[in-house]
Design a protein around this ligand. Structure first.
Ligand SMILES: NC(=O)c1ccc[n+]([C@@H]2O[C@H](COP(=O)([O-])OP(=O)(O)OC[C@H]3O[C@@H](n4cnc5c(N)ncnc54)[C@H](OP(=O)(O)O)[C@@H]3O)[C@@H](O)[C@H]2O)c1
Length: 339
């Protein structure tokens, strides 16, 4: 928890394959002073997300790579300690892309004020933040899911997947999903509204498991994983099915991209539509989602689970564990007290 100095996590080296603790460096610095137009924030919650693995590689992508030696960045919710920016005052709660650190100095224009509201602060990184928005954009805007559709979701118990299942039910779909442990599978049907789910790690045949979960076939695939499970669902797609390609986490720690999936001719024969998307390209849909999600949470239609680690020095472990599938729901790191 914070003291007078600022504990920070920097990228020490670029990982090859799986991320290791030695890829991170813990440093201490004096707490920064805001200049004109800047704000000093005491960071309370930070998000760790699968996309950060891609930013550790030195490759051109939709978001620039992290630099070796620099403080890593994350979505952060915090409280303003000192403000030299009009419109943001000491004591306000804000969110933005800040550092893996206890205190950040930010350009005030890059911060968004969080209104006092009925939901916990950390929800702005999860169900009301990027993962919830991603679930809505992918399912409703990209895959155009509608009542009566059979929806299948991979990495279904994660931050995005656990919301996709509930949104599918709210929109009148039947929804099935896969996850990596029996405990996660139980949470899908007991907490997150899934009609049926299976453990992909203990499945003898992924294609058979998808067929048993969706005997009528799959109209909409919300794809978070890629690789073998994507291939297994392809075999079970119905004519004119839609696939929202959200992520390919099975690939993120591979040194060489894997070939496949096989069965690509199915895309032709069954007239499938596959579309990748990046949530930040859809600001209007994100705003629409947040308005609806607050109401759904208050009505008890949308629930959420978080895995919370304590202390910035444990952020690297939380991130490594996320990539190993040790989280259920949104993985958060708490950096200081919420009040
Ligand atoms: N397109 C966008 O704009 C956008 C935005 C946000 C997130 N995403 C993507 O959405 C996906 C889910 O993100 P999230 O934040 O919700 O993460 P998450 O699902 O909370 O955490 C990642 C989960 O992925 C599963 N996983 C990890 N390695 C795997 C592997 N090799 N094979 C299969 N499953 C594996 C694990 O669950 P199991 O134990 O069930 O395997 C793990 O818990 C990621 O692919 C992410 O990159 C995309």
């Amino acid at each position: 928890m914070p003291t007078d100095s600022n504990t920070q996590i920097r990228l020490a080296s670029r990982p090859s394959g799986w991320v290791e603790a030695e890829n991170f460096q813990v440093t201490e610095e004096a707490i920064g002073k805001p200049a004109d137009g800047e704000v000093l924030v005491r960071n309370i919650f930070m998000s760790v997300d699968p996309y950060m693995r891609g930013r550790m590689n030195d490759v051109k992508s939709y978001i620039p790579p992290f630099q070796v030696g620099e403080v890593l960045q994350a979505g952060v919710v915090g409280q303003v300690v000192e403000s030299r920016f009009d419109g943001i005052a000491e004591g306000d709660f804000v969110m933005g892309m800040l550092g893996w650190e206890n205190y950040s100095v930010s350009d005030g224009r890059l911060l968004r004020k969080i209104p006092a509201g009925p939901v916990p602060l950390s929800y702005h990184l999860g169900i009301l933040g990027m993962p919830g928005m991603t679930a809505y954009v992918g399912l409703i805007k990209i895959a155009e899911a509608k009542a009566g559709d059979n929806v299948f979701v991979t990495a279904a118990s994660g931050a995005v997947g656990s919301v996709v299942g509930q949104l599918a039910k709210i929109h009148g779909c039947r929804v099935a999903g896969s996850a990596g442990s029996d405990e996660k599978v139980a949470s899908l049907t007991e907490e997150f509204g899934y009609d049926v789910a299976f453990n992909y790690k203990t499945s003898a045949s992924l294609a058979d498991s998808v067929r048993e979960a969706c005997p009528e076939g799959v109209d909409v695939l919300f794809e978070n994983v890629g690789g073998e499970i994507l291939e297994a669902v392809l075999w079970n797609m119905r004519d004119y099915g839609r696939i929202a390609l959200c992520g390919m986490i099975a690939d993120y720690n591979l040194e060489e991209p894997q070939p496949g999936p096989r069965g690509m001719m199915l895309i032709v024969g069954r007239r499938l539509r596959l579309q990748g998307f990046i949530v930040t390209d859809h600001p209007e849909a994100c705003e629409e989602y947040v308005r609806k999600a607050i109401a759904w949470i208050q009505e008890g239609k949308l629930t959420y689970r978080e895995s919370i680690s304590e202390g910035v020095e444990n952020a690297p472990r939380a991130f490594i564990d996320l990539l190993k599938g040790r989280n259920t729901g949104k993985q958060i790191v708490q950096l200081s007290d919420a009040s």
